[in-house]
Write a protein that binds this ligand. Structure first.
Ligand code: EPZ
Length: 425
């Protein structure tokens, strides 16, 4: 298996460019199902989740050409199936993003019920309830969700219990061809939602209010294929910004919109990190001790849960103590137990992590719990005393393109090595 080995204490600085957003690209790929013809997506990250979504689209009948590492030419005129098999949904639960597009195009869909993952149950009850309000009927058959719309989709108002990103996206896509107007209230407001709405409108849809809590979609008859650039990945950017915060030496992070990380940047400045904002870039460094601040994760524009582990890594070296509250996922503190192996002093109490700052980390063998926790463990290794070895790095490969190479480009002593699989005893 592959592991990432980090030798701590070396100077890390320079310029890094982030890719297109994983959490947008996957949904944009799914949305091409609704615009039969040749769609071209640029600034697509070359990561394993994108490869899996490509497999899903091909299984549905689409043809995909990789024009260069970051440009996909997706011809969905040949899509002739509405069934996504369990083995692909099991690999990546974001495959459920094809539910709305398939219902929109075919009036039906069969998607394997996604399982949970390390960070939580990842249910899709809000997706189902919302789609039922638009006239979709569901039955669960041996782990598959069979969705049909016998009377077509009729626009209605759907109020989400929680500002779910996935539910907002599926409802937005499913309602594109619905008769009349659909209103999604308490909608997710993430920048990736806005990117998807922009793509749909470029295809000829009429989506208004994306980025606000109320999104209105006026049904249209058909969509046409487009060329669209994926929005920059604010979470990959935030990961490198946190890296600059932990090493202290300056890192320039390019290729994203700083306003997409508003609260994160403001919290990091409160922690004593200097952030110089520019056009689609920031320059980050720290020349004072890390101050401890409380964090609570919430839907955008609140503090993103996808930045929780990276921020916990910073706060674990804070000058005092603080509390991190995880309000989005029910089990997203596994990173803490790995970081404790490196010397962090963190106590978990339900949805709260009480973090007491320590002077430093010591290198250790640790296991990546999910993609963000894995990246944060590598971050910790950069400043740890000695060598850190991170395993289960397939999590990292799901969401970070060339993570090791980018860190090497910043001077980090980090390498990807293949080691014999340790026998399970
Ligand atoms: C998206 O997941 C992202 N994934 C996640 O990023 C991100 O953490 C999350 O949004 C929140 O921002 C992709 O976009 C591929 P949700 P999603 O629906 O859509 C519960 C990463 O690290 N819920 O907003 O699944 C759910 O279990 C990943 O890049 C229901 O209970 O997130 C979770 O606790 C991790 N029922 C909470 O709501 C539902 O029907 C938020 O989920 C839907 C969600």
């Amino acid at each position: 298996m592959d592991v990432i080995r980090i030798e701590g204490g070396h100077r890390v600085e320079g310029v890094v460019r982030v890719e297109g957003a994983k959490n947008s690209a996957l949904k944009l790929m799914a949305a091409t199902i609704m615009a039969p013809g040749v769609n071209t997506l640029t600034n697509v990250p070359n990561i394993s989740d994108v490869h899996v979504m490509g497999k899903v689209l091909k299984r549905l009948g689409a043809q995909i050409d990789v024009l260069d590492e970051h440009t996909l030419r997706i011809d969905t005129s040949t899509v002739d199936s509405w069934e996504t098999p369990y083995e692909l949904v099991a690999q990546m639960r974001a495959s459920t993003a094809v539910l709305g597009p398939l219902i929109s195009r075919f009036g039906r869909a069969t998607v394997a019920m996604p399982g949970g993952c390390n960070i939580g149950a990842r249910k899709i009850d809000m997706h189902i309830l919302g789609l039922q309000a638009l006239g979709v009927e569901f039955d669960l058959d041996h782990g598959d969700i069979n969705a049909t719309a016998p009377h077509g989709l009729i626009g209605d108002t759907v109020t989400l219990d929680f500002a779910s990103v996935g539910a907002t996206e599926n409802l937005m896509m499913a309602s594109v061809h619905a008769k009349g107007v659909t209103v999604i209230d308490n909608a997710a407001r993430e920048p990736e939602i806005v990117d998807l709405a922009n793509l749909l409108n470029e295809m000829g849809a009429k989506v208004h209010g994306a980025g606000s809590p109320v999104i209105e979609i006026e049904g249209v008859d058909e969509l046409h294929p487009v060329t669209h650039e994926v929005v920059g990945d604010r979470i990959e950017a935030g990961t490198f910004i946190a890296t600059a915060g932990i090493v202290g030496t300056p890192i320039e992070v390019c290729g994203f919109e700083p306003s997409h990380l508003g609260l994160v940047l403001r919290k990091y400045e409160q922690m004593g990190i200097t952030i110089e904002r520019g056009e689609r870039m920031v320059r980050v460094y720290r020349d004072k001790p890390l101050a401890s601040v409380d964090i609570q994760t919430l839907p955008f524009p609140g503090f993103p849960t996808d930045m929780q582990a990276q921020t916990m890594c910073l706060l674990a070296l804070g000058s005092e103590s603080c509390v991190i509250t995880e309000n989005v996922f029910e089990n997203r503190f596994m990173f803490a137990s790995e970081l404790q192996r490196m010397g962090a002093d963190i106590r978990i109490e339900g949805h709260h992590a009480i973090v007491h700052g320590v002077k430093g980390f010591s290198g250790a063998a640790v296991k990546s719990p999910d993609l963000r926790g894995g990246a944060a463990l590598v971050m910790a290794g950069l400043v740890a005393d000695g060598t850190t070895v991170v395993s289960d790095i397939y999590h990292i490969d799901r969401g970070y393109e060339r993570f090791v190479e980018k860190l090497q480009g910043l001077g980090a002593h980090v390498e990807r090595v293949t080691v014999p699989d340790t026998p399970v005893i």
